[in-house]
Design a protein around this ligand. Sequence first.
Ligand SMILES: C[S@@+](CC[C@H](N)C(=O)[O-])C[C@H]1O[C@@H](n2cnc3c(N)ncnc32)[C@H](O)[C@@H]1O
Length: 410
Amino acid sequence: MRLKRKVTRQSKRVEVFTGDNSDVMSRFPENHFHSVVSDPPYGLSENGKNYSSQTIADMITTWAKGDDYDYSNRRGFLGKDWDGGVPQPSTWKQTFRVLRPGGFVVAFGHPKTVDLLILSLRLAGFEIRDQIMWIYTQGFPKAVDAGKQIDKHLGTLQTSGKYVNLQHDIRGGQAFSEVSNIGGRRMARSLEGQGGYGKTMVPAYEPNSPHAEEWHGWKSALKPAHEVIVVARKPLEGTTAQNILRWETGVMNIDACRVPLADGEKVKGSGHGGSLDTRNMGWGFKRVGRDPDLGRFPANVIGEFNDDLQRYFYCPKPGRTEKDFGVSDPSGKSAKNPHCTVKPVRLMEYLVRLVTKKDGLVLDPFCGSGTTGIAAQNEGMQFVGIEQDVKYADVARKRIGAWINHVQAA
Ligand SMILES: C[S@@+](CC[C@H](N)C(=O)[O-])C[C@H]1O[C@@H](n2cnc3c(N)ncnc32)[C@H](O)[C@@H]1O
């Protein structure tokens, strides 16, 4: 958490609207926002199950006709209604209308459903420019042991009498029903209350049949260690230069997002510190003059790596103090942030800085507890957030307000 950081800035326009984002966006003029930085619903499953091919076919056929697919009675992450599906093209079309030509949409997606997110953006008219991989190390594997499932199926399941500490992190996108499979619905509900993270003692499993012995150690999933951030853009109006001069958008602020070098570190070779220019080279690129001491060129990977490898901007998931800062209950006492998918402030700062000019206006149509708003303020930008849930919108206003006061007092 970076609360100790010393930043002094004037507070800028910041508004959080409560309501459905399409309704609220329809009140804004076209070509209004400089950027859209958002963490929309991941629509991880069809009520706890993997999407069937029929559902996908129906969804994309409906979308291609210009209609909305029916998400009613659908639940997603932790059983939440709001996570019943990825945003439909109609929502992104409204976003497209209010975004300036050349403006970027930076939207989080989950490896399981990012294909649908990208398709939805494309159908709304956006160009897909890139996918940033946000790598973190705090995810926990949640897969169920195949041996245990077999013993359960055969009626031979026994526990050893010992207990093990099972850690769970379902913030990275674990569907409620999958967590229920591991630890039961009560555990999933209690984790929800803890913002999706917890430790539970569960009986230790030991295989108790020959088939279970053979399959013990096989599991159905990998440890979650990344989320995808889709970078899309509303097409330019004219050339890049014309677009920039008219709309102040179309390009990314690479120099403001360079990864600082360690003390005394020198960058060698191309592709590390210098900018790349695609003009007049065989197939490839040549370096153009740029002071390598500015830092490493920001990559489409954000994460943590061994020192021997290229170093990237590293940002872990947020801790409790950061998530809860500024949140209070109706009596004014400090309270927990009830949102279960809070993103790190530092990561959101990096993303708004990458695609928005100073003083620019950032929109987050899926604002949740307001992390993008905090980031926009800290980066000297203006912000409009939209959140349909009254409780989350209130938390967003409180969190953003608390950061503004904190930063002004610093
Ligand atoms: C993944 S959460 C965002 C959390 C946010 N990154 C944070 O740090 O708190 C997505 C949010 O979008 C909201 N949402 C979903 N559909 C919406 C809609 N149609 N209009 C407005 N908000 C919506 C949900 O209520 C949820 O709070």
